[in-house]
Design a protein. Sequence first.
Length: 232
Amino acid sequence: MKTRYRLTAVLAFGFAVSAWAQQSAPPQRKPADSGPTLAATMQFIQEKLSEKGKIGWEETWSSQPGFTRRVFAQTTDAMADPAACTLYTTATLDYTIELPKGRVLKPGGPLTADDLQIHLVQTETIPFKDVEKITVEKMQDVKNQSLAEQAHPDVTVTVTPPVFYVKLWASNAVFSIHTSTTKGSQAPVEKDRTSKEDGFDFRDEESSNHAAKAMIHAMELCGGGVTKKDLF
């Protein structure tokens, strides 16, 4: 188990531990030479996201020896709208930190009991007409790339078992994201943002490739994608 916000949230979560140790006109669609219709493609994407269930993995960070972070993610709702070339999703993510053996929380320290449990509910709007590129990558590589881009190339993350990530990219912040984050017993914190990147996690490469292929087809039918005309 979905967006750049997720990665940013996880990274921020990790560094806290380290410190202690409109509606618009209908989009123009490209004619398809062959393959499923847009309606069938969007329905397929909706079903694949709904079917993948809860996905779990463990993370260890080189900057946090002895700490183990367990993550569980699930797409709880997915709705595809072919007429608008848009996908709407809701996902939940649960993060738990396990302390190294013999370590305890210290009063006044940078890490509190609330930091050990985080529940995130995230709703996203993905307009395929504005998506420019879709790739399949390992979650571990995505996280390490994000760390490097944030000027932390010295920190590496290991993800076990391997999890695959269908990454959607645009040159503009076209993905709308709303998050509700609950840390421990604290009240939820609501935020809205936009991003140039978004994506979905899958437990195996085969299912991620199937989903990515359908999303690329939807992107092309909706008029998205980077073409030579766009580049020059």
